[in-house]
Design a protein around this ligand. Sequence first.
Ligand code: 9MR
Ligand code: ZN
Length: 671
Amino acid sequence: MKRVFILLNSLCFYLQTLSGQIFINQSGYQTHLPKFFYTNINATSFQIVEENSGNVFFSGELTLISTNDQATGMLIKKGDFSNFTREGNYYIKLNSNDTSYHFRISSNALEDVFKKSLKAFYFQRCGSQLFYTHAGVYQRNACHTADGFYHSSTGQSGYKLSRGGWHDAGDYGKYVVNAGISAATLLMAYELFPDYFNSDSLNIPESGNGIPDILDEVKYEINWFLSMQSDDGSVYHKLTKEQFESFVMPSQDSGMRFIYQKSSTATGNFIAVLARFYRLYKNFDSSFANQCLNAALNAWNWLSNQQGIVPAGGFHNPPGTQTGEYGDYSDSDERLWAAAELFESTGDQSFKDYFEFNYNLGGLINSTMNWQNVRTLAHLTYLFSKQSSIDQNIKSQLLNSLISYSNALVSKRNSNGFGVSINPGEYYWGSNSQVLNNGILLILTYNKTNDNKYLSSAIEQLNYILGCNAHNFSFVTGIGKKYPMKPHHRPSEADGIPEPIPGFVVGGPNQFLDDPILQQYFNQNTPPALCYIDHLQSWASNEVAINWNAPLVFLSGFLKNFFQTDVENDNNEIYDFELEQNFPNPFNEQTKIRFTLKSKTHNQLYKVKLRIVNLFGQEIFSLIDDFRPAGTYEVTFTSSYYSNKILSSGIYFYQLTVNENTFTKKMVYLK
Ligand code: 9MR
Ligand code: ZN
């Protein structure tokens, strides 16, 4: 009887997933970014209908992606309305008359997910009270202020004060390895795109202190990191209980919490994060920053004296401990990463030598970063290095490897339903974080190449997380129409508030069925991407974790911010020159750019620059760079004229600088 019930249950779940649907980014679409949706309905065309008026503003054809997508077993078609940029509220209607959820097109479509996913780190804070002003209904008491006791396996006894930092995930443990990649991913976002991540008004306790909130939030973790260092420079692996806590509020969680053995992987992570934090924080508070650098250098001294991985064979939970392990077989990637960050922060030759001697031992960029493998983070730091002594040859090898790795991601995106960049076989515990980290790599490749296929592929990774997936489900709490209501997150459950704490991405589909709930609902024949359930006890598909949220912050923050509408200004009145909209626009091959210099004094010469830049403000073409007298000028821009550069379809800007003033207008190139 029970068996039948279970079978029926999973069948219903399966059928529910497969009925005819339209899959959209439920958070909405940024006005000027490419826009895609998917459907498993065998229609041929679609319309974009305005919510209030019922008017049709756009129509297009659907493209068949697969009649039997391997990851989902579904027929999947794709719609593209990238060229539709009218802001408002809409829904999609197919020629079969099926309709989608309503959604918005707006320059703020991703703002909510960005802010909430960053604020989620604040909600993970351990050791201090969360007040109503910042936490609202999710206010709570301070927790775990008396940590922690040395576990007997350390060979030490007694107590070491270690307070603060973020709870790792749905549990209340704190693990240096996983904290490392989480903090580093947030720091990377800020370091590479400071203008997009410098908000100081997230409403955390430090907001308004003149330091970007993302750095304040990471600093909260850094203080805990510092407390996990031992006198010899090494770093303890984790601070947890022996068993996972029950579903109580953190302040109600009692029992002994232990500091476990030191490990070389934790130490390598510690060095990398503290070194990176030092260079980003030194302009705000040099004495604290120096403390971080010194801690990193002490840790390096210890690490470089260890021949192999510590403890031998890698960290393992001692008998009697069942909390997270974050075990690893190799620490060579952590060591490489530590050296890369120390080099970038100090310019010191010895770190450069270490990196250059070891950088290609495990290949170049050939994997997506995750808590166990941070080699790619080491490579990215060197690739984006600002040190002048950098070896250009190594840099270009790294760039080439990034491009070819991203090319492989783009082909996965093209061949899989929903544009997702993972194949069947890759839906393991935390698969959503690999999707998001792939998105970061695609953004970085776009940044280096200006090729729009990387940008649109990155966007599809976020779309997948926010609703373009077989579950027609936003995997982020509090975002979209349908999202996890029962995440495996102790405070979200124990607070008695039905609505989970917002801004957390859950681990997502897990074809390896690593928990009893997944095993109850699915089996080996379930298509991989369907192995997800919004169930409190499905910790292997429905838990939250700091290392999964960090790439969500990166991707949503980047995509929300990188198209800055405020670069377009009305320049007719105050200035003595005028820049007109290019014509035609959008253009194919050729467009004309006109501007006028209105002379006030006879014989005045203006210093004039006219250039075309990409979305990052990087110059692609220089059209004029000299002195000009007053008059009206018309420049014809021919895309193919610049035979040495391939211009891909997309949004560009043309910028006119006259003496000290720069004006920018947007233009769209459609091949
Ligand atoms: O994210 C981790 C995943 O890659 C591992 O397969 C899994 C089992 O070891 O552990 C995950 O991390 C969990 C950690 O061990 C304890 N806190 C919750 C983490 C997320 O589920
Ligand atoms: Zn706590």
